[in-house]
Design a protein. Sequence first.
Length: 201
Amino acid sequence: MSTPSESFASSAASSPDWDQKVSDSDQKTKTVPAQTMDGASIPPDRRLAQLLDHCVAIGASDLHLGSDEMPFFRNRGRMIRADGFAKLNSVQIRELALVMVGRSLDDQLTRRGAIDGSLSGQDGSRYRFNVYVSQGSLAIAIRRLDDQIRPLDELGLPDSLYSLADLRDGLVIVSGPTGSGKSTTLATLIDRINRDHQSHI
């Protein structure tokens, strides 16, 4: 019988940009009891599922994991620590990376220096991740992707920005700090182009 890491690794070997399903059959709650996160015996796939569940529960846009650090969640541009999550050591970070990347982890890091990929949470939420080396230790950055395209007014932006979707040529630059909504804004504008124009994007 294969271990959780082995089952993820078999899919990773075929392609570096796969889409994996992170499952937790034992617990499908949106909140994570503090005592469950302090135990060192939590399987890495379940630990990852709990972290992603909490990311959704608090509406965080990003999750940052580093050796000997507590998990950091980015919420509305602010980096916060969540109660109930213990520090993760270098072994636990590596185990999480193996769940996401598989047995090709070391080879890909040697060849590329960093690894990008995607995965899905147990509730269907989707994420992009980056595994990299920071100060000699593995680190992981995970970005939660919006599961729906929201109109500009829900993003707190003026409807006048829709006029950008009518431009026939030129360059439009959307800038801002990490987690400020650049990709979400672009998705809304591209959706408007798809709705109003017969164009190749």
